[in-house]
Design a protein around this ligand. Structure first.
Ligand code: ADP
Ligand code: MG
Length: 254
């Protein structure tokens, strides 16, 4: 019983809390007083025009960018500035970018085992076993011994997802993970993301893939000019966007 109570308490606390976050690049005010929370197990899709600050927000959550004011907390803890605590944060937050960023001179399997063996000090056999399970989960187990360049873009992006999952992150940040892919490969990556969402992973995904948002998102967060302009369920947002800015954006992409 105590264990269950503890679990329930954790569910009610947001995994990610973003409070009044501001960020400038020189004169440019890229994040304007951003406030939102993401609960454990929640899937949030961030959409908005190019240059609206989506990537900067993702990078700030992983502390790849510093912020000027406000606070970001993961699991109740403010983002650490440096050192071991920052390394732990990076391990807890998996990140997948538009460009796959696999290590070109390592095999697919080695790409997935590298961080667990180096950072988590997992044994090679444990890391290999776990990596093969993850590669199987994303449908590329039969490519394990190949080099990344021998794989299609869709396969490489699925390896990138497996690599992020290998650290057993609490949160996955995906920044336009399908934008660099040929159209026929987009769905194979989205299917993996949908499955991840169904398995209960907390996710923040920047994507313009409305099908994914409708299938998997609990909430859509629409950004424009560094602000969160609208926050709604996918149905509310796509069927009846409230702001003129969102209506205009959707009319251009749908
Ligand atoms: P999005 O991902 O929504 O397209 P970004 O977060 O990448 O938007 O960028 C928001 C704004 O910040 C853009 O105007 C972009 O040019 C600018 N920007 C992003 N990164 C930097 C940087 N490192 N230095 C200066 N300006 C930047
Ligand atoms: Mg971006």
């Amino acid at each position: 019983m105590p264990v269950e109570f503890e679990g329930m308490a954790r569910v009610s606390e947001p995994l990610v809390a973003i409070e009044n976050v501001n960020k400038h690049f020189g004169e440019l005010h890229v994040l304007k007083d951003i406030t939102t929370t993401v609960a454990k197990g929640e899937v949030v899709v961030v959409i908005g025009p190019s240059g609206s600050g989506k990537s900067t927000l993702c990078r700030a959550i992983n502390r790849l960018e510093t912020i000027d004011s406000g606070e970001i907390r993961i699991d109740g803890t403010p983002l650490p500035a440096e050192g071991k605590a920052l390394a732990q944060l990076r391990a807890d937050v998996g990140m997948v970018f538009q460009s796959f960023n696999l290590f070109a001179h390592k095999t697919v399997l080695e790409n997935v085992t590298l961080a667990p063996t180096r950072v988590r000090r997992a044994s090679t056999s444990d890391a290999d076993k776990r990596a093969m399970e993850l590669l199987d989960r994303v449908g590329v187990a039969n490519q394990a011994q190949k080099m990344p360049a021998q794989l299609s873009g869709g396969q490489q992006q699925r390896v990138a997802i497996a690599r992020a999952l290998a650290m057993e992150p609490k949160l996955m940040l995906l920044d336009e993970p399908t934008s660099a892919l040929d159209p026929e490969m987009i769905n194979e990556v989205l299917d993996v993301m949908v499955q991840l969402a169904k398995d209960g992973m907390t996710m923040i995904a920047v994507t313009h893939e409305m099908g994914f948002a409708r299938r998997a998102a609990d909430r859509v967060l629409f950004m424009a000019d560094g602000q969160i302009v609208e926050e709604a369920t996918p149905t509310e947002f796509f069927d009846a966007p409230k702001s003129a800015r969102a209506q205009d954006f959707l009319s251009k992409i749908l």
